[in-house]
Design a binder for this molecule. Structure first.
Ligand code: VGL
Ligand code: ZN
Length: 219
């Protein structure tokens, strides 16, 4: 008989934080609080490893509209360059100030069962770059090791084979976290009931297609 395929599943709960939850969050995702019971139900299951991520920005982070004169949150964007290679750039949307160090909005959302979380990743800490993915910023030519979260190494050290993702926001941090996980070679699943998006259901439908193209299964 062939050896059974190893199955070592990890759960990543992405950015379930007060600032992404209505009604009070600075960058409230529509219906965002609805992901909390789903995340809690998954956290109660015997995943081999349970991770939560936290968007954790310093004041005046490059993704804040307030850091760019004349820019408006949600509607403006800016070009971010790789600090080591001015020719590598990407466009990113600008946001209200959110998840700022030392503010209550950065906290994991009330009611999330954080006691079951074994590892917390704080991301977006480098003031120069946006980082939606829980793994690393999109600037990779050359990569910026100081902005890498180290999560890939932690998952590899645990022998993880499969990654399950839920959280906020589906069209930003969930999406790029799942794409990077699949790109690292893990079988990757997004549990749709546990996701809400900045752009609502319409935005999420488009993301589902793109995730499929990157090898991520939406379940
Ligand atoms: C996120 C926008 C800005 C997210 C983080 O967690 O999806 N979105 N920062
Ligand atoms: Zn952010």
């Amino acid at each position: 008989m062939p050896a059974p395929t190893p199955f070592v599943p990890a759960l990543i709960v992405v950015d379930v934080q007060e600032d992404f939850c209505p009604p009070s969050g600075a960058l409230a995702v529509p219906d965002g609080r609805a992901v909390i019971p789903v995340a809690n139900a998954l956290l109660a299951l015997p995943f081999a490893f349970k991770v939560a991520t936290q968007d954790a920005h310093p004041p005046a982070h490059v993704s804040f509209a307030s850091a760019h004169p004349g820019a408006a949150p949600f509607t403006s964007s800016t070009t971010i360059a790789n600090p080591r290679n001015p020719r590598e750039t990407y466009e990113t949307r600008l946001w209200p100030d959110h998840c700022v160090d030392g503010t209550p909005g950065q906290a994991l959302a009330a009611g999330l069962e954080v006691a079951r979380v074994e590892h917390v990743v704080r991301k977006g800490r480098d003031p120069r770059v946006e980082m939606y993915s829980a793994f690393r910023p999109p600037l990779r030519d050359p990569p910026l090791p100081e902005a890498d979260s180290g999560l890939a190494e932690v998952l590899r050290a645990r022998g993880v084979t499969d990654v399950f993702v839920v959280g906020l926001a589906g069209d930003y941090c969930v999406r790029y976290t799942a794409e990077d996980a699949a790109g690292e070679g893990w079988r990757t699943y997004v549990v749709q009931e546990g996701v809400r998006s900045v752009g609502g259901n319409e935005a999420w439908k488009g993301v589902v297609r793109e995730l499929g193209e990157k090898g991520v299964k939406v379940v």
